[in-house]
Design a binder for this molecule. Structure first.
Ligand code: ADP
Ligand code: MG
Ligand code: MG
Length: 247
């Protein structure tokens, strides 16, 4: 599904951050990327999603057999790549429900599909929101306006489940993931996951991997993947930290 070959990237006018990443993700797999602060984890997720602050200087990102190096972020989203916090904007007057309806129909349109019939849409909204324990009044609130950390997380996972991407990239930043947020993310991913899709889970801490079983764990340090293992690697990192890998 995703093949990253010798990927180098830098900030516009800045230093190189990704220094030769190789990564292959197949349908049905969950990959975790761990690593010390400043390793380039968020940069990697941004570069896969196509954020414009970064420039690819070498290598290839291949998604479903196609080189997407030059694709705009929205084109990548339409092809089925989802990045958490892709839509963090506050939109007064646009509800959680109306926003996701519009986003889903836009994706369908970009893929040559008709709008989803209203009844089907409502059924899907009901199903996914129930799976995440989202209440009706939350769905009618203005997008991201005054949302607590947990509510933002819930909305983000709700967006992922509704858009049903082929590849979901969740960058769980180091701060602010309390136990409730961990559960929201874990429940969402576990409901979302099937044999046809894939998850790239970026996390600084091992805790989240107690709730989501990764097939592969990669350690990213100084812009390179320096070790790959199975979930036992995450436990080893929890016990020993990162230093033993860095020398
Ligand atoms: P991680 O997510 O692993 O903590 P990041 O990808 O956020 O690491 O950052 C990797 C390095 O690149 C850090 O040194 C960070 O300061 C730098 N960096 C990332 N994005 C930018 C940016 N937009 N502008 C300046 N420096 C950046
Ligand atoms: Mg960081
Ligand atoms: Mg980060």
């Amino acid at each position: 599904m995703l093949e990253i070959k010798n990927l180098h990237a830098k900030i516009e006018d800045g230093a190189e951050i990704l220094k030769g990443i190789n990564l292959e993700i197949k349908p049905g797999e969950v990959h975790a990327i761990m690593g010390p602060n400043g390793a380039g984890k968020s940069t990697l997720s941004s570069v896969i999603a196509g954020k414009e602050d970064y420039e690819i200087t070498d290598g290839e990102i291949i998604f479903e057999g196609e080189n997407i190096n030059e694709d705009a972020p929205e084109d990548r989203a339409h092809k089925g790549i989802f990045l958490s916090f892709q839509y963090p904007v506050e939109i007064p007057g646009v509800s959680v429900t109306n926003f996701i309806k519009a986003a889903l129909n836009e994706t369908r349109k970009a893929n040559g599909l008709e709008e989803m019939p209203a009844k089907e849409m409502l059924g899907m909204i009901r199903e996914k929101s129930e799976q995440l324990g989202i209440k009706k009044d939350f769905l009618s609130r203005s997008l991201n306006e005054g949302f607590s950390g947990g509510e933002k997380k819930r909305n983000e996972i709700f967006q992922m489940m509704m858009l049903n991407p082929k590849l979901a990239i969740l960058d769980e930043t180091d701060s602010g993931l309390d136990i409730d947020a961990l559960r929201i993310v874990a429940d969402g991913v576990n409901h979302f996951k099937n044999e046809g899709n894939a998850v790239l889970l970026i996390t600084h801490y091992q805790r989240l991997l107690n709730y989501i079983q990764p097939d592969f764990v990669h350690v990213l340090a100084d812009g390179k993947i320096i070790k790959t293992g199975d979930k036992s690697l995450a436990l080893e990192l929890e016990a020993k930290g990162y230093d033993w890998l860095l020398n």
